[in-house]
Ligand binder design. Structure first.
Ligand SMILES: [Cu+2]
Length: 232
């Protein structure tokens, strides 16, 4: 019975505790948490939080080419194919950070398209979800207000921050970007220095990405980085 995992086989007949739409993009993962109540739907990127011991259904659309979803410790590999409604299931028995690479070559930055599944005890997951459901915090200082202004001018065509009017959807939703451990699909640790480098030189760090190198003046750069850091 060693290699037989009854739970995994039984998963598709369960009612999911949670249903996520995980849309593959060149080269990042958009993660949308479905909910019957529209005000509780939210979108994040590259880091999927799930409660432990609960079956989670993952729908796998793609925004562009073929990708592949694979978190080796939690689920079998599932291809993500244009025009196909593929889906898979994951379940984690233990809390932890499970990572997965994209396993179908999808272009230049395929190697920089990692996904993290962060499994949390149900109470911790519920607390995380409440944080994500809420709108972005209002900037509390003049410096952060200026950072938000830079953001609304330079970034909102591609990025959303819920509650500010920024509604772009070409890039990841940044409403709670400061709550993520990494940016750019697992490629960089999420800290101020890396955000500054990324904003000004995305094309050097991840050539071909749809995120341009913004080359902001130093003033604006530090303010917008501070603003991102406030989006907990
Ligand atoms: Cu890929």
């Amino acid at each position: 019975m060693d290699s037989f995992n009854p739970r995994r086989l039984a998963l598709p007949s369960h009612t999911p505790a949670l249903t996520l739409d995980v849309r593959a993009h060149q080269w990042w993962w958009e993660v949308r948490y479905r909910n019957d109540e529209p005000s509780r739907i939210f979108t994040t990127a590259n880091e999927i939080h799930i409660p432990t011991e609960k079956p989670v259904r993952i729908n796998l659309p793609t925004a562009d080419v073929i990708h592949s979803f694979w978190v080796p410790q939690l689920a079998g590999k599932m291809d993500v194919i244009p025009g196909q409604a593929n889906s898979t299931w994951i379940q984690a028995d233990k809390a932890g950070d499970y990572s997965g690479p994209c396993t179908e070559y999808c272009g230049a930055q395929h190697a920089h398209m990692a996904l993290h599944v962060i499994a949390q005890a149900p109470d911790d997951f519920a607390a995380w979800r409440e944080g994500q459901v809420s709108a972005a915090p209002t900037p509390q200082s003049e410096r952060l207000q200026q950072g938000q202004k830079v953001f609304l001018t330079r970034c909102s065509v591609c990025h959303a921050v819920r509650g500010t009017g920024a509604g772009g959807n070409l890039g990841p939703d940044l409403t709670h970007v400061a709550s993520r451990g990494t940016i750019a699909a697992g490629w960089l640790v999420n800290n101020a220095a890396n955000n500054a480098a990324w904003i000004n030189n995305a094309q050097a760090l991840k050539p071909g990405s749809s995120m341009p190198s913004l080359h902001l003046p130093p003033e604006e750069l530090t303010k917008v980085v501070a603003y991102l850091g406030s989006l907990k």
